[in-house]
Design a protein around this ligand. Structure first.
Ligand code: PGA
Length: 251
């Protein structure tokens, strides 16, 4: 049985004071869960959040990084820097980065390799646009993105990668994929991994759903055969609401 991994993606929200207040409240609300809980926070919050969660079951991640160790890349943060502050996770290739910051399958792949080189666990995002879905190309897009993202990784590295399937049309729109459609898309991703890396890797790899997950739909999504948790944007900004999503399997 794969574990459930539920990650919050705060995006460009929450300054340090807000982050500290959030974690002070949130840690008690999720302390009894067996699901893995991750908060992916802005860079400026990392140094406050990482020490705060040491004695808790909360894990902290960044939302992006560069693939080079250091150098003349003004405004960027390197994997070596994230490693130095014990940042455990990093989101790679979120659709907003692909759309607004020119991330490509190639940079996503380089970042994934860099994450493993520096011991940071990657959450890599794939997903189709509405146009691509309506043209019947969703499966082709997401399996290709998955294959290119993982290219050149070892079987053990693929097993340790978390993949988030996030249909772009469902992000921040209030439109959620039906649990059946999301599960089918995730099965297609898992089968692509099976084709390339074999059964054992495919059965172990964690694949989340993301796109307007909230407390009212989390249970339906997370109890399907292949959805192993979620990457949650808007609904992760309030500790009460996000804790209900983390605790979807409690009464
Ligand atoms: P949303 O965002 O939950 O606000 O739709 C999800 C994401 O972009 O990770």
């Amino acid at each position: 049985m794969r574990r459930k991994v539920i990650a919050g993606n705060w995006k460009m929200n929450m300054h340090p004071g807000e982050a500290i207040a959030y974690i002070e409240k949130f840690q008690d609300l999720v302390k009894d869960t067996e699901n893995e809980v991750i908060l992916c926070v802005p860079f400026v919050d990392l140094m406050y959040c990482i020490p705060m969660v040491q004695e808790t079951n909360i894990h902290i991640g960044a939302q992006n990084m560069h693939f080079e160790e250091k150098g003349a890349f003004t405004g960027e943060v390197s994997p070596a820097m994230l490693q130095a502050i014990n940042c455990e996770y990093v989101i790679i290739g979120h659709s907003e980065r692909r759309q607004y910051f020119n991330e490509t399958d190639e940079t996503v792949n380089k970042k994934l390799k860099a994450a493993f080189e520096y011991g940071i666990k990657p959450i890599v995002c794939v997903g189709e646009s509405l146009e691509q879905r309506e043209a019947g190309k969703a499966e082709e897009i997401i399996t290709t993105q998955t294959r290119l993202a993982l290219d050149g990784l070892s079987n053990d590295q693929v097993k340790a990668t978390i993949i988030a399937y996030e249909p772009i049309w469902a992000i921040g729109t209030g439109k959620t994929a039906t649990s059946e459609d999301a599960n089918d898309a995730i099965k297609a991703i898992r089968n692509e991994i099976r084709r390339i890396y074999g059964d054992e890797v495919a059965e172990e790899v964690i694949i989340q759903y993301g796109g307007s997950v909230k407390s009212s739909n989390a249970k339906e999504l997370f109890t399907t055969s292949d959805i192993d948790g979620g990457l949650v944007g808007g609904a992760s900004l309030k500790p009460d609401e996000f804790s209900l999503i983390v605790n979807y399997d409690k009464e």
